[in-house]
Design a protein around this ligand. Structure first.
Ligand SMILES: *Cc1c(COP(=O)(O)O)cnc(C)c1O
Length: 355
């Protein structure tokens, strides 16, 4: 066992490495994991010392509350390597902040900032060779936290695990995205947990998404649970709509996740003098804009895919194709944000954090 200089994190190194078995030129998204993981236990009302240990299975009691009551949250972030092999994070403190917002809503104890940040940095430094350098690829980072405490009583657990795993990943989405505007099922509701990255939010989307896939779509666009008249967001991406030259996205609420990509894109678009409106978007106006030709673009925004252009949306049995543009906002904004992330340009916003 080694202990880092700061004496916060203990490190047990893996005796062997799997890195030779990985084809870094053909990485899928989030399906290969590095040699190590961070584990930190919450017991007796306090977080214990974080440990970095070899990546591997966990031992949990069958009565651990995660299995019964779903007390579970996660984050999604990335580390980027530039051509000088320096490693950067993008707005990581915002992920930490949101992690604790999710934790609080799910009655999970919050994790201190230094455990999250120092743990993440130490893990990235140890598995630094795993950070891919191929264009568009990055190290996907998955911090997560769940109830390990036992009991069949429906109440918060008394023990938790905070963990971070790393997955070197290629670009998230290759093809064009065909989405279905959903009017039957809901992702979240007023007063619910839609703003939290809580595990159950995603499980609840799988079935309606499967139904959409059976109809030939890739994803669902969620509308508000009350009226289904407003476009809210996608499964793990916020949604932007361009009508004429104005870029529009819905305001965040307790139903919509406060995406870091979303708010970065709003700031970049404003700096680029693109007219931006943060307001409710009705399904009606999007359908009408598609019909009269003023709907220019729709795209999803999130850490995994960065920006995911939508080629077609389906609504009440009709499909509406979006035009193919030479100079789209989607490609301009994607280049601007990834140039900052990969240290290819000056970061006037102060978002990049060097490891
Ligand atoms: C993670 C997520 C997003 C995107 O957030 P980013 O911080 O940009 O990665 C959007 N919507 C949902 C539901 C999400 O889970």
């Amino acid at each position: 066992m080694e202990t880092t200089a700061k004496n916060l994190i203990s490190i047990e190194k893996s005796k062997t490495s799997k890195i030779e078995q990985v084809d870094f030129d053909n990485l899928a998204f989030g399906s290969v994991f590095t040699d190590h993981m961070l584990v930190c236990d919450y017991k007796n009302g306090a977080w214990e010392k974080p440990k970095i240990v070899p990546y591997g299975p966990l031992m949990l009691n069958p009565s651990a509350k995660i299995f019964h009551y779903g007390q579970s949250i996660f984050e999604g972030m990335k580390a980027y390597k530039d051509t000088a092999k320096d490693v950067y994070l993008f707005r990581p403190l915002d992920n930490h902040k949101r992690f604790n917002i999710s934790a609080k809503r799910m009655a999970i104890p919050e994790i201190p900032e230094n455990y999250f940040m120092e743990g993440l940095k130490a893990l990235l430094q140890l598995d630094e060779k795993w950070i891919p350098t191929k264009e568009g690829s990055s190290m996907y980072i998955r911090p997560f936290m769940f109830a390990t405490g036992e009991g069949f009583h429906a109440s918060p657990a008394n023990e938790y695990k905070f963990m971070i795993c790393l997955a070197p990943s290629g670009a998230y989405f290759a093809g064009k995205v065909k989405v279905l505007i959903e009017e039957t099922y809901s992702r979240s509701a007023n007063g619910g947990v839609g703003f939290a990255k809580a595990g159950g939010n995603y499980a609840g989307q799988f079935y309606p998404t499967q139904l959409a896939i059976e109809k030939g779509y890739n994803q669902v666009i969620w509308t508000d649970d009350n009226t289904h008249e407003h476009i809210e967001e996608a499964g793990a991406m916020n949604i932007f709509v361009r009508i004429n030259d104005t870029l529009i996205t819905a305001p965040t609420s307790d139903r919509i996740l406060d995406g870091i990509t979303r708010k970065s894109i709003i700031d970049i678009a404003k700096a680029e003098k693109i007219p931006v409106e943060v307001r409710k978007i009705t399904v009606k106006e999007v359908v009408e804009a598609a019909q009269n030709g003023s709907l220019k673009e729709m795209f999803g925004a999130g850490t995994a895919a960065v920006i995911s252009p939508i080629s077609t949306f389906g609504h009440r049995g009709s499909d509406y194709d979006l035009p193919v543009l030479d100079a789209s906002y989607a490609s301009l904004l994607k280049k601007k944000i990834t140039d900052i992330q990969y240290n290819k340009t000056e970061d006037t916003f102060g978002w990049r954090v060097k490891i």
